[in-house]
Write a protein that binds this ligand. Structure first.
Ligand code: PMV
Length: 327
């Protein structure tokens, strides 16, 4: 009745912003992502004979809404497996600093789902794990499969899941993340998804994004880095255009974020081929080829406001592991 799983965070190259169904986390559009090697969550779940669920994240006991959300997810998993569940003890820790502004919900719900299914004595196909992880946090479904991943938006609960397009070792690109933010983000992604529909640009984004999906899939098939980078950078900005034109507007960028975007343009003009993408926060993911990673890292290390740099290679998806953090 006890299992541990480790799952990577992922960075969307074609973004998910806006839901068709908020309860089921069904997205408006397909998305494509890359699993991150240096940002993972390890989670142990144990079902025990006690009165209440007991949970800890990075060594801190959690309670209230945070605990309830995870308890509900465990209820959902047990219901799906058709079993009664006992109370749970859960311990989860991130390989990246919690205050870094890297979202832990994708890796967190992916690891939680795999650990809980196994602790209940079951094994599920990857597709079913992805569907369950999606219910915890949409982007978590993309942290289940290996490497370069596509989430098909689907039409209903049972066909909205992610699968691997290519394994982690398919293409040695890098995601060098410049961490600016330390505070908790001001607008949660759930709140953001909800107001996406107030942006007049959203219908345009949804129509356009299918084309970007096709193009980025082709660039992956060809390992065409210039095309790949151009499309992912453009789609990130496209999502932020929706955020910026929502009512109320959401601006996740800080002055340093914008300064670094300009810097990346300058790098490209001077022959360093790097592209940026930004999620629901101020941090900038700089995507480059393996040969340029050291150069990008060195440049970011002296960029004003960068508090930390996290360099990622493409990573495998969720897996069970024997290593267990202490309760
Ligand atoms: O899974 P959520 O609800 O945290 O949404 C993730 C939204 C973005 O990170 C901004 C984009 C994405 O596709 O991951």
């Amino acid at each position: 009745m006890r299992a541990t799983a480790i799952a990577p965070a992922n960075i969307a190259l074609i973004k998910y912003w806006g839901k068709r169904d908020a309860a089921l986390n069904l997205p408006l559009n397909d998305s494509i992502s890359l699993n991150l090697s240096a940002a993972a969550t390890t989670t142990t779940v144990e079902f025990v004979d006690q009165l209440a669920d007991e949970m800890r994240i990075n060594g801190q006991d959690i309670s209230g809404a945070e605990l309830e959300k995870i308890s509900r997810h465990l209820d959902l998993i047990a219901a799906k497996l058709g079993v009664e569940r006992a109370r749970a003890r859960m311990s989860s820790s991130n390989s990246f600093p919690t205050a870094s502004g890297i979202a832990s919900s994708a890796s967190g719900f992916a690891a939680l789902t795999a650990a809980a299914v196994s602790a209940l004595g079951h094994e599920l196909p990857e597709k079913e794990l992805s569907i369950l992880a999606r219910r915890g946090s949409g982007s978590a479904c993309r942290s289940i499969p290996d490497g370069f991943v596509k989430w098909n938006r689907g039409h209903a609960d049972n066909d909205s899941f992610a699968y691997s397009l290519y394994p982690a070792n398919y293409w040695a690109i890098r995601d060098v993340v410049a961490i600016f933010g330390q505070e908790k983000k001001k607008v949660s992604s759930s709140a953001g998804h909800e107001i996406a529909a107030t942006s007049p640009l959203l219908p345009c984004r949804v129509r356009f994004v299918e084309r970007s999906i096709g193009e980025i899939e082709q660039s992956l098939a060809d390992r065409d880095f210039t095309k790949f980078g151009t499309i992912l950078e453009s789609d990130g900005l496209n999502m932020h255009a929706v955020m910026l034109t929502s009512r109320p507007a959401i601006m996740y960028w800080q002055p340093e974020t914008v300064a670094l975007m300009h810097q990346v343009y300058d790098w490209r003009r001077s022959g360093l081929e790097a592209y940026f993408t930004i999620d629901a926060g101020p941090n900038v993911h700089v995507i480059c080829q393996e040969k340029d990673a050291a150069d990008c890292r060195a440049k970011l290390a002296v960029f004003p406001g960068v508090r930390e740099i996290i360099e990622n290679v493409p990573a495998q998806g969720v897996r069970l592991t024997a290593a267990e953090p202490g309760f």
